[in-house]
Design a protein around this ligand. Structure first.
Ligand code: ZN
Length: 507
C-alpha cells in the first residue's frame, strides 16, 4: 500500500535543528507517507484532506524513527542461548553455514520475529545483512515478504564471500587436525552452486522493486573473506546502482591479526587494502571497526567512509571497545547497530545508544564531551547516511518520510522531563515506546502490532522453534568437541601483538 496520511497533534516534537533537550509542541502533517508540514501549516494542510486520521500526541514525545544500521535476521531464534563465547567460537554456534538448510517457513518466521522486536524498540528502518546458506531464491523471497507484510522499512543486503572461512582466521589451520577442517566455517562461505551477486543484480537491481519500503545494499562479508575480484565487482555494482555497502571490519583481535599476517604488502592494514581497491568512500559502511589503528581512522575521515558501532555484540563476544572518540575527532560519520540476536540478544536501540555513550565515558580519562546527542544522531541521522537516505530518513523535517516514534511522557523514564535526548539515550529501555509509524502508517499502537495478527504471528514463530532447537543441540555437541582447539587458537591470538589493545583487561 502507498504511504498514509495523518495529522499528529499536541506532541513535543524533536524537530530537525530544534532543541534536543527541551522540544516544543508542534503539529505534524504526513501526506502520502511524507512529512508535508510542521506547525500551524500542518493543521491548515490537514483540513484539505477529508477524513484524515488524527493522532492526539498530548503527553507524548515525538522522535524520528530509529535506524538499526547493522543487523542479521538469520539467527533471531538464538537469543539467550549463549554467553562468554569469544567471537570465533560464537561463529560456529550461530552462523548459517553451520546449520542444515532451513525451511521457508522458518526463514519467514524468524525475519518477522526480528522485525517485530525492532519495531517495538522504536526502529522504523533496519539494515538486514542476511546470510542465506545454502542460497535459495525462495528464502530471499520469504525475507522480503516478511518485511513487506509487517511494515518495517528494510535495506536488504545478501552477505557473500568467496574465500573459505578456515583460510581467514589465525591459527585455525595449524591448530585443528586436518579431519576437522570441514567443520569450520565463518559468517559467509563460498557457494559454488550460484553466483549470488549476479542473481541479485538480475532479479532485483535491474528492475524497480515491487516492495515499497525495501531498498538494496551490498554485503561483502569481510574483506579478508573476499578476493580482490569480488571487491571489484562490489565497487562496480555500488557505482552503477548507487548502493550502500556494508562489511565487517576488525571486529575482533583475530581479524586485526589476520590482516597483519595476510597483507604485508598493505602494511598489515585492511583499510589500506580497501583504499587501493577503491572501496573506501561515503557509500561504504564498516561494521564494528574495534581494532582500527590511528592512521586507518584518519584515512576513513579523509575518504568519508562510515562506521557502524555495535556496542552490544562487541562486549558480549569479548571483541573490545571501539575507538568512538577518535572516529568522532576524525569526522567519521557514525551509525548504530544491534547486530545478531545470538550475540546481542536484543534488537534494542536504547541499549545500543546507552552503551555507545558509556563506552566513550570509559575510553578517555580527560574527555568530557557529552555523548547523548551523538548516540541519538548515530541511531537516526547517522543511520540514514549509512543507508544512503540522508534526504528523507532520520529527521523530522518537511520532505522526510513519515517514520516516527511517540514516547509516553507519563512513563517514569520521563518524569520529570529534564532533557528529552538524554532521557531517551540513558533512561529509556523501550518501555516508553507507545506508537511507531512507518511511512505515515501506524504499525505499533499502544505497544500493539497493527499490521498483522500478533497472536497468529507468535504461533507461526513457535511452530519452527522445535526444529531449530534440535539442530542447535547437535551443533552445540559438535562445537564442544572442537572447543580445545578453538581455545588454543584463541590463546595464540591473544598472545600476539597487533599494536594496541581494545579490551579492558585491568592493566
Ligand atoms: Zn555483523
Amino acid at each position: 500500500m502507498a504511504g498514509c496520511s495523518l495529522l499528529i497533534r499536541n506532541g513535543l516534537v524533536l524537530v530537525d535543528g530544534g532543541d534536543p533537550h527541551r522540544p516544543q509542541q508542534a503539529e505534524i502533517l504526513v501526506k502520502d507517507g511524507v512529512i508535508a508540514a510542521i506547525g500551524d501549516q500542518a493543521v491548515v494542510g490537514a483540513a484539505a484532506i477529508p477524513g484524515i486520521t488524527e493522532i492526539d500526541a498530548g503527553g507524548k514525545l515525538v522522535s524520528p524513527g530509529f535506524i538499526n544500521a547493522h543487523y542479521h535476521s538469520h539467527d533471531t531464534l538464538a537469543k539467550g542461548l549463549m554467553e562468554q563465547k569469544p567471537l570465533e567460537t560464537w561463529r560456529l554456534l550461530a552462523l548459517p553455514p553451520q546449520y542444515p538448510k532451513r525451511s521457508r517457513e522458518e526463514i519467514k518466521a524468524r525475519t518477522l520475529l526480528g522485525a517485530l522486536e525492532c519495531l517495538r524498540s522504536g526502529m522504523t528502518t533496519v539494515q538486514d545483512m542476511v546470510t542465506l546458506y545454502p542460497f535459495d531464491e525462495e528464502h530471499l523471497d520469504a525475507v522480503l515478504e516478511a518485511y513487506d507484510e509487517i511494515g518495517l522499512r528494510a535495506v536488504v543486503a545478501l552477505q557473500y564471500a568467496d574465500i573459505k572461512g578456515i583460510n581467514t582466521i589465525p591459527f585455525w589451520k595449524e591448530v585443528f587436525p586436518k579431519e576437522l577442517h570441514g567443520q569450520l566455517s565463518t559468517a559467509a562461505e563460498p557457494d559454488a552452486r550460484i553466483d549470488q551477486l549476479a542473481y541479485f543484480e538480475d532479479t532485483f537491481l535491474k528492475k524497480p522493486c515491487q516492495f515499497e519500503r525495501i531498498t538494496w545494499a551490498l554485503g561483502p562479508s569481510a574483506p579478508e573473506r573476499c578476493t580482490s575480484d569480488l571487491i571489484a565487482r562490489t565497487v562496480a555494482l555500488s557505482e552503477t546502482y548507487d548502493l550502500p555497502i556494508f562489511t565487517h571490519i576488525y571486529e575482533s583481535k583475530g581479524m586485526a591479526l589476520q590482516a597483519r599476517m595476510e597483507y604485508p604488502e598493505h602494511g598489515g592494514s585492511l583499510i589500506r587494502r580497501l583504499d587501493e581497491e577503491g572501496l573506501l568512500g561515503p557509500r561504504l559502511n564498516l561494521a564494528h571497526s574495534v581494532w582500527l589503528q590511528d592512521a586507518e581512522i584518519e584515512l576513513l575521515g579523509e575518504t568519508g567512509t562510515n562506521v557502524v558501532i555495535n556496542p552490544l555484540s562487541n562486549m558480549k563476544l569479548k571483541s573490545g571497545i571501539p575507538p568512538i572518540l577518535e572516529l568522532q575527532r576524525a569526522g567519521v560519520s557514525l551509525a548504530l547497530g544491534c547486530d545478531n540476536c545470538s550475540c546481542s540478544d536484543a534488537q534494542n536501540i536504547f541499549q545500543a545508544m546507552k552503551l555507545f555513550g558509556l563506552m566513550v565515558h570509559i575510553s578517555d580519562d580527560q574527555d568530557q564531551t557529552p555523548q547523548a546527542e551523538a548516540a541519538f544522531d548515530a541511531a537516526t541521522t547517522g543511520g540514514a547516511h549509512a543507508v544512503n537516505r540522508d534526504a528523507d530518513l532520520g529527521r523530522i523535517k518537511v520532505g522526510a518520510r513519515g517514520d516516527l516514534v511517540l514516547f509516553d511522557l507519563t512513563d517514569p523514564s520521563y518524569v520529570p522531563l529534564n532533557s528529552a535526548v538524554r532521557q531517551i539515550v540513558y533512561t529509556e529501555g523501550g518501555r516508553g515506546v507507545d506508537t511507531v509509524i512507518v511511512d505515515g502508517r501506524v504499525v505499533i499502537d499502544d505497544g500493539e502490532l497493527k499490521t498483522m495478527d500478533q497472536a497468529k504471528l507468535l504461533e507461526q514463530i513457535m511452530a519452527v522453534v522445535p526444529q531449530f532447537r534440535e539442530d542447535y543441540a547437535q551443533i552445540e555437541k559438535r562445537v564442544d568437541k572442537l572447543q580445545p582447539y578453538l581455545d588454543e587458537a584463541h590463546r595464540r591470538i591473544w598472545a600476539a601483538d597487533v599494536g594496541g589493545n581494545r579490551l579492558f583487561t585491568g592493566h
